[in-house]
Design a protein around this ligand. Structure first.
Ligand code: SAH
Ligand code: SF4
Ligand code: F3S
Length: 453
């Protein structure tokens, strides 16, 4: 029987991390396999799906604002529906469940992070007149089975190897909305990687909240290094992974940065703070010294690895001295990129109950100071690329100039170069070009294409 979803148009709005990006690819894949059509604008859609994030308060507020404000956007011409079907999934859906409909009565479907496979059925129920549907499952024991996926780019793919998180950093909501850590079997991961390569994918990013603890639930041993070797053996051009917890990054994995030719020289290693006192209160279970030791080992294995990190400023009770320890660590490591966040209180987490006497202005000043240090550091790090010829995977054109291609170097740094004469961006997208770097700026490198694939 033809699904009532068939021929309906849908618009996906995604917030949050790569887990949500990947879940969204599966949502798009499922809806399209039932005959629905993805559209690039809300105005053209009959169904809208918000895949949400609640890691910081700003994300919550933004979602509420967007869902409330879209209420008056008319349906596209020719639609046979009375109103647009509004669906909320992802981490806010998981956390709030049916309660969301009290705050936002025009929402039709609420689903969670554990039952995205149920979304088509829930939409169908609304379409056949069964009224609002809210369905959120407790986190499941097993890794979700494969669902059809519609990749945003043909040449790059996310490949989840674990879901959930067992770390319970005291500030973080993720373990509560994504459940316990579950690993996919290595055979499954290798088979999907091979299928992606056969499908023409050039870059695979392995995903997990903490890829380094992969396999603990399956084999009782950390085995992320084995996954890296298995994916490397498929011959895929580029392998990346996110995210790594410093407490679980092993020497074996570090050594692979000097051994596997297709493991890209880029490591995202969130430090969160440079103060041991704060790290302890965050339940991160490593010290600044241990972290710096890891950095040294990574650079010994491969001096070209570009490091990036996440930092939280203003964790409850953070003193000026704690902050200076963070600033010093950032200067010492030399990061190519740092994602800086002001601490955001999340109800239900242990840190939400901690005393926080620091005035807002002091935190903002620390944050601004850190951003300056980060920019200076990134500029300095990027100088080492000037004069080098880098392999750049072309992703499209620069936002500001249609005649300039934009892509990423192996180090995950954005590179810009004028599109060579006689070539179009359509021909170049998804291919690797060699770019000679003439100038290294804080946020990107620019140069000339010296050889196209
Ligand atoms: N699993 C990943 C991170 C997921 S959340 C990891 O551990 O590396 C992404 C980042 O958001 C975190 O690294 C942290 O820096 C930030 N973050 C998480 N909770 C936060 C909060 N309550 N306030 C501010 N930033 C937060
Ligand atoms: Fe959150 Fe910590 Fe788990 Fe990362 S490791 S998702 S920061 S609890
Ligand atoms: Fe946000 Fe959920 Fe990811 S809270 S950061 S989308 S796991």
């Amino acid at each position: 029987m033809l699904s009532p979803i068939s021929d309906k148009t849908f618009f996906l709005q995604v917030f949050g991390c790569q887990m949500n990006e990947h879940d969204s690819e599966r949502i798009a894949g499922m809806l399209e396999s039932l005959g629905a059509i993805q559209v690039p604008e809300l105005e053209e859609s009959e169904i809208v799906v918000f895949v949400t994030c609640c890691v910081r308060e700003a994300a919550d507020t933004r979602l509420m604002g967007q869902v409330a404000s879209m209420k008056n956007v008319p349906l596209p011409q020719g639609s046979k529906l009375d109103k647009r079907i509004v669906c909320i999934g992802g981490c806010i859906g998981q956390r709030d469940g049916a309660k969301l409909m009290e705050k936002l009565p025009h929402v039709d479907v609420v689903f969670g992070t554990q039952n995205i496979d149920r979304l088509p059925r829930l939409i169908e129920s609304v379409l056949v007149g069964k009224g609002h549907q809210a369905e959120v499952y407790e986190a499941s024991e097993k890794f979700a089975t494969d669902l059809p996926s519609k990749r945003v780019h043909t040449w790059a793919a996310w490949l989840p190897i674990t879901s959930g998180c067992n770390n319970f950093c005291t500030y973080c909501i993720v373990p509560y909305v994504r459940g316990r850590e579950k690993s996919r079997t290595i055979e499954d991961v290798a088979a999907e990687a091979q299928a992606l390569v056969n499908d023409g994918v050039k870059e695979i990013t392995l995903l997990g909240q903490n890829v380094n603890s992969y396999g603990r639930d399956l084999y009782g041993e950390p085995r992320f290094a084995d996954v890296l070797r298995a994916v490397s053996a498929t011959g895929v051009g580029r392998i990346r992974f996110a995210t790594s917890h410093p407490k679980d990054l092993t020497d074996e994995v570090i050594a692979l940065f000097g051994e596997l030719p297709n493991l890209m020289p880029a490591l995202h290693l969130p430090v969160q703070s440079g103060s041991d006192r704060v790290l302890k209160a965050m339940n991160r279970r490593y010290t600044a010294e241990h972290y710096l030791d890891l950095v040294r080992k990574v650079r010994e294995a491969n001096p070209d690895v570009a490091l990036s990190t996440d930092i939280i400023v203003g964790f409850p009770g953070e003193t000026e001295e704690d902050f200076q320890a963070t600033a010093n660590l950032v200067r010492e490591v030399g990061y190519g990129q740092v994602f800086t966040f002001i601490y955001s209180k999340r109800e239900g987490t242990p840190a939400a109950k901690m005393e926080d006497p620091t005035p807002r202005e002091a935190i903002q000043r620390r944050f601004d100071e850190l951003v300056d240090i980060v920019q200076e550091g990134a500029h300095e790090q990027n100088q080492r690329f000037t004069g080098r010829v880098l392999d750049v995977l072309v992703e499209g054109t620069s936002k500001r100039d249609e005649d300039v291609l934009a892509g990423r170097s192996p180090h995950n740094v954005t590179v810009h170069a004028p599109i060579p004469a006689g070539k179009t961006i359509d021909e170049l997208e998804g291919t690797i070009v060699k770019v000679r770097i003439d100038e290294s700026l804080t946020w990107y490198l620019s140069g000339e294409v010296v050889d196209a694939e």
